[in-house]
Ligand binder design. Structure first.
Ligand code: NDP
Ligand code: 8X3
Length: 257
């Protein structure tokens, strides 16, 4: 097993859902953490809790991954103790709306593309050179089953997650002559704040997405990430796709109501 004690892990979008759960599982395995999101109060609170519970060090930062200069500055100015990132979890992401393309709000597309694709690229561009210099590291992108198919009202979100898949596979090839690992973990329905954000705070509509069956929870994805990062260093899990047992495709769900 790959020993995580004392390794530095950076989790984007650690203020909620999957990112928060991944931060908890990495801390439980002994990682020191860089936790970032726009809601810095939440990542700071999480860091304090994990420091208290597991004795790990943390650095919490306010970061909007859509802003290229902000991302570059953030990673250039990391405290010395946190500069050598070993594990990058590119998790920050979102869907906005679920309308057909021909009636959709174009601003939603910008938000999704800027966050899920360009944000992930900016962060990777800031972190991967250091990994190459040290010849060690592991990048895990949180993709989605939306990166492996399409559904009505999801064309742009799906396009962003197809891009994550392409970036994951391309980056792994770019890094062939290094010891760096690149993986993607692709969840299906996972009950987090995801649908609340997607539907602009409409909690009733968000709740309906997960009604009548047992969706995944963020900790299920954190378990998978922990498995991927703790394989021996000669093993790369390239992709892991995770469904709730009651779901077999985007909208093919065994609902009991
Ligand atoms: P949440 O809404 O619970 O969490 C999303 C996280 O992303 C938050 O911490 C949010 O932090 C952060 N984030 C969003 N925009 C930005 C930004 N511009 N800059 C920095 N951080 C940002 O949803 P999930 O935990 O479910 O989503 C995490 C990832 O999992 C996403 O990439 C999503 O696409 C993916 N996913 C989710 C699935 C699901 O069914 N839930 C299924 C498949 C994939 P803040 O708002 O504080 O900035
Ligand atoms: C989220 C999965 O099906 O809600 O990535 O778009 S889905």
């Amino acid at each position: 097993m790959f020993d995580l004690r004392g390794k530095i892990a950076c989790v984007t979008g650690a203020s909620s859902g999957i990112g928060k759960a991944v931060a908890c599982s990495l801390a439980s395995a002994g990682c020191d953490l860089i936790l970032v999101a726009r809601r810095v109060d939440k990542v700071d609170e999480l860091g304090g809790y994990l420091k208290e519970k597991y004795g790990v060090k943390y650095f919490a930062g306010k970061l909007d991954v859509r802003h290229r200069e902000e991302v570059e500055k953030f990673f250039k100015q990391l405290p010395k103790d946190f500069a050598g990132i070993d594990i990058l979890i590119n998790n920050a992401g979102l869907a906005k709306g679920a309308s057909p393309l021909h009636t959709d709000k174009i601003d939603n597309w910008d938000t999704m593309i800027d966050t899920n694709v360009k944000g992930l690229l900016y962060v990777s561009r800031a972190v991967v050179p250091g990994m190459v210099e040290r010849d060690r590291g592991h990048i895990i992108n949180i993709g989605s089953i939306a990166g492996r198919g399409t559904y009505p009202g999801g064309s742009v979100y799906c396009a962003t997650k197809h891009a994550v898949n392409a970036i994951t596979n391309g980056l792994r090839k770019d890094l062939t002559n290094t010891s760096i690992r690149v993986s993607t973990v692709d969840p299906a329905f996972t009950e987090t704040e995801f649908s609340i954000v997607r539907f602009d705070g409409d909690t009733e509509r968000a709740k309906k997405v997960y009604e009548g069956f047992q969706p995944l929870v963020a900790e299920d994805i954190a378990d998978a990430v922990l498995f991927v990062v703790t394989r021996p260093s000669h093993v790369t899990i390239s992709d892991m796709v995770i469904y709730p047992t009651a779901q077999s495709d985007f909208h093919l769900v065994n609902r009991k109501n």
